[in-house]
Ligand binder design. Sequence first.
Ligand SMILES: [Fe+2]
Length: 172
Amino acid sequence: MPVHAVPLNDRDFNRVQRHAESVFVLGPNSVHGPDHWKRVGEAGLALCKETGADKTVVRLFAIHHDSCRLDDGADPLHGPRAADMLGEIAGELFILEPDRLALLEYAIRHHTGGRTSDDPTIGACWDADRLDLGRVGIVPHERFVSTESGHRRIQLIRAEHLSTRNHDHRHR
Ligand SMILES: [Fe+2]
């Protein structure tokens, strides 16, 4: 029987958010914690407008993708752990059609591998995450960016970093 999914509303997203916070062990001040999820969500929604990516999938990715981290280092298995956990929460906390759930699952499972994607939704998820590397002082490399919009944003971030650096040099 086909899954009948209704559009998710803010209550659904809040439920996923509460769940993510409840399993997240690194605390609210982690660089991979809720503040990061929020920024990924905002950047992701901006990318959706320009790329036609699936907003719901991107929002769910933003909230859930780093929730199973056990440390703030590489923790290479946190993507697969979070993807596996989707099996527990999908259908309980939210309902998504199988093809959209598969996109979300793929985006989460492989978001740490440094890959890019031609799929606009997976690309928007990964770009939104990487665009937030600025919080740890890293300008993401263009090689790791999937979408045209992501590329444009990287160039802006790079220009901003350069002008800040030049400004700091001049005022030393
Ligand atoms: Fe992330």
